[in-house]
Design a binder for this molecule. Sequence first.
Ligand code: NAD
Length: 412
Amino acid sequence: MAESIFDGALSRMNDASKYTTVKQSTLDRLAHAERELTVSFPVRMDSGELKTFTGYRVLHSSIRGPGKGGIRFHPDSSLDEVRALAFWMAFKCAVVNIPLGGAKGGVICNPKELSKTELEKISREYVRAIYDVMGPDKDIPAPDVYTTPTVMAWMEDEFSKIARGNYPATITGKPVSLGGSLGRSDATGTGGFYTAAEAIKALGKDMKTATVAVQGFGNAGYHFARLMHSAGATIVAVSDSKGGIYSKEGLDPDKILNAKKQAGSVTAFNNATMMTNEELLELDVDILAPAALEDVITTANANKINAKIIIELANGPVSPDADRIIDEKGILVVPDILANAGGVTVSYFEWVQNRTGERWTLEKVQKRLKEIMVAEFKELHMLSEEKKISMRLAAYVLGLKRIAEAFEAKTG
Ligand code: NAD
């Protein structure tokens, strides 16, 4: 039988445990989610039909704080996937050292086939179904695949109505007008940029002469490219689902964004050479940022990767079996659980602001995000040098140590 996604996630923890003195009883605890909730609820569709939907909310661990993690609306959502994503959230929060645990949610549905009214009903019914396990001190959801600030606004409204109060801190990724944080919309790309700047320094290179290729010109990829370009790096290639474009002289991300907005794809940009997504991944660049899908670097192409640094903005872009090849080639990989943790970090800032009734300026958000990303990059890089392990393994070692320390402090 094929290994489950959750088993794959656990194998990273078990590899990391060899570099720690974490007790077996702690590993046993972390091999299980603290709570797994499966719910189903009927929704009256626009056609008049009553349709039943299934949803999940998994709390992997609340050892370091209340659960934190997005809710995805996807036809392929499954308990195994949600369980694995909740586990990764626990590690991601530990790696950036924010006082939150790991959780995740999902609803099996296809938002592309739903009207706005149907989407709102599903969002509200889902909250009614999981209400008892949600809350600012229990488990704080956020957006994920196909869920938006508007979906978060409906969910927060439903929660507050049931609770007969006002509970903005119960969910993050809300519109700014409802207590969302400034800087949340570009937080993932921004956090990735801070780690890229540190990785460049760690290799003794210079941002101003660095070349960059970005796969996936969406929220994470665009903001990352924009900031790298402003800092003086040369963006030689970008892509989306329709293909890629290349220019040795460099591309201006804002001009590409305009072309994408007008014609639906970066490939509509005229002053560049067309390139496939596969070719983009194999470019001889200083920095490759996969910012689209998981498993784009596998044993089939790992040998052909020529970048010096990989910034994993997407979740899981390098398959576990390709890790070894990438390591042997001496490529510095800033792993997803650090590289794309800017999003959850600013979600944490949103929760803090909602709880204290404060509104932070954009400058304050960015300053604190930078402090965290830079400090944790340095910590991971030091650990990887000291133990002679990859940054990815170092991230799991650091995450595991922090979670285990909290667990063992509680359990003696
Ligand atoms: P998005 O939907 O805004 O952008 C995705 C981009 O990838 C689009 O430009 C799309 O055209 C492109 N794409 C899709 N299929 C592709 C393919 N086969 N080849 C090349 N490009 C393809 O999504 P996003 O929010 O930027 O997220 C991108 C990745 O980053 C995902 O893996 C997501 O899980 C991860 N991530 C995002 C955030 C966040 O806050 N946005 C946080 C953590 C992780």
